[in-house]
Design a protein around this ligand. Structure first.
Ligand code: TYM
Length: 325
C-alpha cells in the first residue's frame, strides 16, 4: 500500500500528534511505501511569523526522524517544494462544491478563533489536503480523528473527478489508531490537545523532565478520587489513563487495578515517570540531529526527488484528462 500523511510546521509536535499520527506512520513504514511531508502551505492560513517558519519546518523534519521515521524507508519532504500540490489544488477546486467546504468542522472552528483573518485559504484548506493525498494516489492516510472529515472530502473529490473525467484517482482510506486518535488538552479535557493552544495544555515530544512534571501535576482532573476510565464523568483522568496506557503499552484495566485505592497524586507521579522515560530517547536523538544539517538536507533532497517524480506523472495525467494538454 502507498501511505501518505503530513503535519503542519507551526507549534511543537506534541504527544497527541505522536499517538494519533506519527506512531502509526512509524509502524506502517516497514511494510508499505511511505510518503510523509511537512504541510507548510497549510500553515499560512492562520497568523504566523515568516521569520521563524523555515526554522519550524526543519525542526519538524528533525522531529519525524527523532521519533522514529527512517529516511531509508520513508520519503520525507516539504510540501511547498513540490509545486504540483498547489496546481492540483486549483484543478480540484473546480470539482469541489463550496457547500462541502463551508460545513467542515475545522473551518468553522478556525473561522471563530481567527475572526479577523477568515481568508480564502482557510476555506480551501481541505482541497489542498485532498490534492496532497490524491497527487500521490495514496491508498491510506494515517491521521488523528480531527482529520477524518478532510480525508472523507478527498474521497468525495476523487469520486467526482473520476465520474467527470474518467478513472484517475484512488479513494483513500483514513487509518486511525484504536486508542489515542484524539488526545485531549491537559487544561481542558473536553478539548483536543492542540499545538496552537497554551503550552500548559500539551506535552511536546522533546519536553524537558521538569516541565513534564509541572504540566502533569497541574493537569485538570475531576472531582472524586478514583482512577477510573469514564469518558463522560471523568474526562481528565480518562485522558491521562489513555496516555499512560499507550506509552506503557498496558491495558487500561491493568492501570486502574494498579491504582485502586490510590489517589490522583500517586497516579500523576507515576505517569510523570512514564512520560519522562518514554520521551528520553527522543530528546537525545533530536539534540544529535540538530547538529547534522547536511544529513537533514540530504534526507529532504532524496524525499523531494521521489515525491516529484510521482507528482509530475499524476499532474500530466490529470491535465490530459481535463483537456489542458
Ligand atoms: P496537524 O498538524 O493539525 O496534526 C498532525 C496530525 O496529528 C493528529 N492530531 C492528533 N491526534 C490525536 N490527538 C490530538 N490531540 C491530535 N492533534 C492532532 C492530526 O489528526 C494529524 O494526523 N491538515 C493536517 C496536515 C495535512 C495532512 C495532509 C494530513 C496536510 N495535508 C494530507 C494528512 C494528509 C493537519 O493540520 O494536521
Amino acid at each position: 500500500m502507498r501511505i501518505l500523511s503530513g503535519i503542519q510546521p507551526t507549534g511543537d509536535i506534541h504527544i497527541g500528534n505522536y499517538l494519533g499520527a506519527l506512531r502509526q506512520w512509524i509502524s506502517l513504514q516497514d511494510k508499505n511505501e511511505c510518503i510523509f511531508f511537512v504541510a507548510d502551505l497549510h500553515s499560512l492560513t492562520v497568523p504566523y511569523d515568516p521569520k521563524t517558519l523555515q526554522k519550524s519546518i526543519i525542526e519538524k523534519i528533525i522531529s519525524y526522524v527523532a521519533a522514529g521515521l527512517d529516511p531509508e524507508k520513508s520519503a520525507i519532504f516539504v510540501q511547498s517544494q513540490i509545486k504540483e500540490h498547489t496546481e492540483l489544488c486549483w484543478l480540484l477546486n473546480t470539482v469541489c462544491p463550496v457547500g462541502e467546504l463551508e460545513r467542515m468542522t475545522q473551518y468553522k472552528e478556525k473561522a471563530k478563533k481567527f475572526k479577523n483573518n477568515i481568508n480564502a485559504g482557510l476555506l480551501d484548506y481541505p482541497v489542498l489536503m485532498a490534492a496532497d493525498i490524491l497527487l500521490y494516489k495514496a491508498d491510506a492516510v494515517p491521521v488523528g480523528k480531527d482529520q477524518t472529515q478532510h480525508v472523507e472530502l478527498a474521497r468525495t473529490l476523487a469520486r467526482k473527478f473520476n465520474q467527470k473525467f474518467g478513472k484517475t484517482f484512488i479513494e483513500p482510506a483514513d487509518v486511525l489508531p484504536k486508542m489515542g486518535a484524539k488526545i485531549m488538552s491537559l487544561i481542558d479535557p473536553k478539548k483536543k490537545m492542540s499545538k496552537t493552544d497554551a503550552p500548559q495544555s500539551y506535552i511536546s515530544l522533546f519536553e524537558e523532565p521538569e516541565s513534564i512534571q509541572k504540566k502533569i501535576m497541574s493537569a485538570t482532573t475531576d472531582s472524586g478520587k478514583n482512577i477510573k476510565y469514564d469518558l463522560v464523568k471523568k474526562a481528565g483522568i480518562t485522558n491521562l489513563l489513555t496516555i499512560y496506557s499507550l506509552l506503557e503499552n498496558k491495558p487500561i484495566k491493568e492501570i486502574e487495578k494498579k491504582f485502586k485505592n490510590k489517589g490522583y497524586s500517586e497516579f500523576k507521579k507515576s505517569l510523570i515517570k512514564v512520560v519522562i522515560d518514554f520521551l528520553k530517547p527522543f530528546r537525545k536523538k533530536q539534540k544529535e540531529l540538530a547538529t547534522r544539517e547536511v544529513y537533514i538536507k540530504e534526507i529532504l533532497s532524496r524525499g523531494k526527488n521521489k515525491a516529484q517524480s510521482i507528482a509530475q506523472t499524476t499532474i500530466q495525467e490529470v491535465k490530459e484528462k481535463m483537456g489542458l494538454i
